[in-house]
Design a protein around this ligand. Structure first.
Ligand code: UT7
Length: 335
């Protein structure tokens, strides 16, 4: 069995900055409410006049990650692409990145696990490397939320939270023992699927049916979130996933050098930080600048933390996420 190690990281966010005050132009909200409840000050939303899409952003982040890994696109053996906002209903974003980056006809797999998408994607890539099937895997998390949010007061409970962006990692085979990904832990609880959901269009209710109904009250094609319900589950599941990861490796909370929690809400991250009694320098948050970018959030935050020199060789890095599904999980890394 081999181990897998991150050898390249990259992220890309659209240039267009949308502040909380910008949102007040089309919905009844305030900078004060958003900052108090979520910690978010601004987010990036794709300017539709630009070329950016979920796949394009994913490809831009990937280019940086591949270059930093000291590889070329031709060295990549497989792509795992996580998103809840693909450019098309099908095919998925993985094949688009394969095309945009003009890569050989390698396999490309899409992961649909929302906020924990990147954790799932890393775990999948890790297994392929451990068994020896692939050497270098490009793992991407990318989201274009702004194209599908309800930009009116009715949607404010969801719309103010989400942002666009992408991140990518190159996961590579290593012969080093006790280095790289030590373990990953994945969970789901589908009975809560409808608490954080985008129902339509779907094969149950297809586009012509929605158009024919012409129902102004219909919100099924906008994301719905039972915010407080999700919040309560998030704090519990985040903690469980971190504890599970630490226990599996005989580690203590004091061993954590860097916790990168999925950027769902700064208040959730602060709750977790307090629970694990971690000093500020051992947790990285950037939701203030980017909002919640679901499958892209962990990898954007990991990349930023690494770029700022906050992650050093041999550090214990813990990634954890929770979101729609419900799905949640953690990845424990010895850097
Ligand atoms: O990443 C996936 C996982 N997602 C999460 O973990 C998110 C978890 N949930 C949350 O972060 C929080 O529940 C929210 C930030 C989404 C909402 O905060 P909340 O404190 O739970 O607010 P609420 O939904 O209970 O709403 C409180 C009030 C309501 O008004 P009334 O009924 O008390 O008059 C809302 O209508 O705040 C109102 N409200 C807003 N007011 C101004 C909801 N959204 C807004 C808004 N601006 N954007």
């Amino acid at each position: 069995m081999y181990n897998s190690k991150i050898i390249g990281l990259g992220y890309y966010v659209p240039e267009n900055v949308v502040t909380n005050n910008h949102l007040t132009a089309f919905m009844d909200t305030s900078d004060e409410w958003i900052q108090e409840r979520t910690g978010i000050q601004e987010r990036r939303w794709i300017d539709p006049k630009t070329e950016d899409t979920t796949a394009v952003m994913g490809a831009k982040a990937s280019k940086i990650a591949i270059e930093r890994a000291g590889l070329t696109k031709d060295d990549i053996d497989f792509i795992v692409f996580a998103t809840l906002s693909p450019d098309m209903y099908f095919p998925g974003g993985g094949v688009q990145v394969q095309d945009i980056l003009e890569m050989p006809t390698i396999g490309a797999l899409d992961v649909r696990n929302q906020c924990s998408g990147f954790i799932y994607a890393m775990s999948v890539a890790d297994q392929f490397i451990k068994t020896g099937m692939y050497k270098n895997i490009l793992v991407i998390g990318a989201e274009n939320h702004s194209g599908g949010l309800e930009k009116s007061t009715r949607g404010r409970g969801v719309t103010v939270i989400f942002g666009d962006g992408a991140g990518a990692a190159v996961l590579s085979r290593t012969e080093e023992k006790d280095k790289g990904i030590l373990s990953s832990h994945l969970h789901s609880e589908g009975k809560h699927a409808k608490e954080l959901v985008l129902e339509g269009p779907s094969t149950k209710r297809w586009v012509p049916e929605i158009i024919a109904a012409n129902d102004a009250e219909d919100q099924s094609y906008f994301p719905y979130m039972n915010g407080q319900f999700v919040f309560k589950h998030a704090v519990t599941r985040f903690s469980e996933a971190i504890v599970e990861g630490l226990q599996a490796n005989n580690l203590q909370k004091e061993d954590i050098d860097m916790l990168i929690p999925h950027q769902a809400n700064l208040r959730i991250a602060q709750f977790i930080q307090k629970k694990f009694q971690l000093p500020n320098e051992n947790v990285y948050n950037n939701i203030m600048k980017y909002g919640n970018t679901t499958a892209a959030s962990v990898i954007i935050a990991l990349t930023e933390a690494w770029e700022k020199g906050k992650i050093k060789d041999n550090d214990l890095v813990v990634l954890a996420a929770f979101g729609s599904g419900f799905t949640w999980g953690s990845v424990i890394i010895r850097w």
